[in-house]
Design a protein around this ligand. Structure first.
Ligand SMILES: *[C@@H]1O[C@H](CO)[C@@H](O)[C@H](O)[C@H]1NC(C)=O
Ligand SMILES: *[C@@H]1O[C@H](CO)[C@@H](O)[C@H](O)[C@H]1NC(C)=O
Ligand SMILES: *[C@@H]1O[C@H](CO)[C@@H](O)[C@H](O)[C@H]1NC(C)=O
Ligand SMILES: CC(=O)N[C@H]1CO[C@H](CO)[C@@H](O)[C@@H]1O
Length: 502
């Protein structure tokens, strides 16, 4: 299939690139095999990409390594200027990228624009970071000794990108690596290869050298082998992964064999806590945007909703009222406010969770907890938003990430109780708390076990703030000053002996 046959028009046809990008050229898999890319909103195949295997990895890494030897010597200013060009080319391609994104992920067009705008905050951030990654000079405790640290790019990096925010999460990783002076092999998720190929094409056009950014696509079946070959390749010095905790542990194990540095952004199970004194209007606005965005498929989504008893009934009424206004449909259909889930696997999981909750005593107050029947779904992976009350901590939906338009409400009484319950998970990505009592807000900030705490907001991720979890939600940071670019740098310590008196 060529880009000429895409089911939508592209202003810039060269962005409909469907082959891998290695060393600045389009290449197929060595095996010649391809896999299908499916529109989650219609179930229709609309493109195909090379189904790479571990056989394809070495050439991509060697190309990155060869380019690294040159690119790492570019001045930070030149890297910064080229990143800035890339940023502007992506901005200009916003409409084309949004259309591709809708057909890969299923999200509504307005959300696709939202993701691109969010993604662009990262490219812009790393334009600035490139020139500000500095070492330091250190006065020693020992007479006549001085120490100086310098930071240098670590080498070829590999990035494994998920399907829920393919543009935002690829730009966040790629921009950091390129700013640091590293080159990178990217493996997009099998659901969303085309957006990643398009931004890589733009990087080449911006002036990054061939081999600075290589993209290998692969199917779901091919993914473990390609990921393993990237993690184990001796020339890959750094791995950055966003995905499930289960896979994150496998990646860590592979990297550990050669003590390779890894950044891991893993699962969530984030609590969203509403105290009696919260502003109903503010809290509801934030919850609606956070929970239903991309049909619940975000790692920082609200997974467990804890509402204090005094406000519980009013809160549920308002939540049901507002959620029932959502318009479920294809992401390109005018007026759609919630799309399908990206993969049919997500529907199976959500149905199992809803069934388990009902069996354990929860009540459905909106929706069915089941996929839409085929007469209505038109081939897409649709589920009407479903809300349940009486949800307890022993239900699967309280213990595992939901990643679907299913929301359970739990009631709580005291601050101590809700802290214990909120923290009682192996995860620690984000937590959200809503209250107008500033003392309590501060206490909750300190007590909740998560890497990111939303204080009267459900919208706390931004390029200037460090993004990353604690506990089993991950290791390392992906934005923010110094910390994110440091993930791609090594620090060297020079010690100097100074002789003579002055
Ligand atoms: C690094 O710098 C510190 C601080 O001056 C110094 O004490 C230490 O010996 C240095 N380490 C190496 C390995 O050079
Ligand atoms: C934590 O959760 C587990 C089930 O996941 C439960 O058995 C245990 O009682 C909970 N602990 C607290 C302190 O709530
Ligand atoms: C989060 O806040 C930013 C900045 O105000 C805004 O542009 C964006 O739309 C918000 N996102 C959501 C999901 O509410
Ligand atoms: C600060 C605080 O209260 N942390 C608690 C969070 O909850 C976990 C488990 O429920 C406790 O172990 C922590 O002490």
């Amino acid at each position: 299939m060529t880009s000429a046959q895409l089911p939508f028009q592209l202003g810039d046809k060269s962005l409909g690139q469907l082959d891998c990008l290695v060393d600045g050229t389009s290449v197929a898999a060595r095996s010649g095999k391809r896999f299908d890319v499916v529109d989650p909103g219609s179930g229709k195949v609309w493109a195909s990409c090379p189904d790479c295997s571990d056989d394809d990895v070495d050439a991509a890494v060697q190309s990155c390594h060869k380019t690294f030897l040159e690119y790492s010597k570019w001045t930070p200013r030149r890297r910064s200027q080229t990143l800035s060009k890339w940023h502007h080319l992506i901005t200009d391609a916003r409409e084309d990228l949004a259309r591709i994104l809708v057909h890969e992920t299923g999200k509504p067009l307005a959300e696709a624009y939202g993701e691109i705008d969010y993604a662009l905050t990262f490219t812009w951030w790393f334009v600035g970071e490139a020139e500000r990654a500095h070492g330091s000079s250190i006065v020693s405790a020992i007479p006549g000794r001085r120490a100086i640290t310098i930071k240098q790019p670590i080498g070829v990096a590999a990035a494994l990108i998920p399907w829920n925010f393919p543009i935002a999460l690829s730009l966040r990783k790629i921009a950091a690596a390129l700013a640091a002076g590293c080159t990178m092999v990217v493996k997009p998720s099998p659901e969303t290869p085309v957006t990643v190929l398009a931004v890589a094409q733009l990087a080449l056009r911006a002036g990054f050298p061939p081999g600075a950014l290589n993209v290998l696509t692969t199917s779901l079946d091919g993914t473990p082998k390609v990921a393993e070959a990237l993690c184990l390749h001796p020339l890959v010095k750094k791995v950055t992964f966003t995905g499930s905790t289960r896979v994150g542990k496998i990646i860590t194990g592979l990297c550990a064999r050669n003590l390779k540095k890894a950044t891991l952004e893993l699962g969530g199970n984030c609590p969203f806590i509403v105290f009696d004194d919260a502003s109903l209007e503010q809290t509801m606005g934030q919850l609606m945007a956070l929970k239903w965005r991309h049909a619940g498929q975000a790692c920082i989504s609200s997974n467990r909703l804890y509402v204090q008893r005094g406000i519980h009934d009013r809160f549920v009424d308002e939540l049901v009222k507002q959620t029932s206004k959502l318009k479920v449909g294809h992401g390109m259909t005018e007026g759609t406010t919630m799309g399908p889930v990206t993969t049919p696997r997500s529907l199976d999981k959500a149905e199992d969770m809803a069934k388990d909750a009902l069996e354990k005593g929860a009540k459905t107050v909106l929706g069915t907890g089941k996929r839409m029947d085929s007469a209505k779904s038109n081939g897409g992976n649709f589920m009407e938003p479903t809300i349940m009350t009486g949800v307890t901590d022993d239900m699967i939906m309280s213990q595992d990430e939901i990643f679907a338009p299913l929301l359970g409400v739990s009631v709580f009484d005291s601050e101590d109780e809700v802290v214990t319950r909120a923290n009682n998970t192996s995860m620690g990505l984000a937590s959200y708390v809503f209250t107008k009592d500033v003392d309590r807000l501060w206490r909750m900030f300190e007590k909740l076990e998560a890497g990111m705490i939303g204080l009267n907001t459900g919208n706390s991720s931004s390029s200037e703030a460090p993004f990353g979890g604690i506990k089993e939600s991950g290791v390392g940071k992906e934005s923010g000053k110094d910390v994110a670019i440091d993930e791609f740098l090594v620090t060297k310590n020079g010690t100097l002996t100074v002789e003579g008196h002055w």
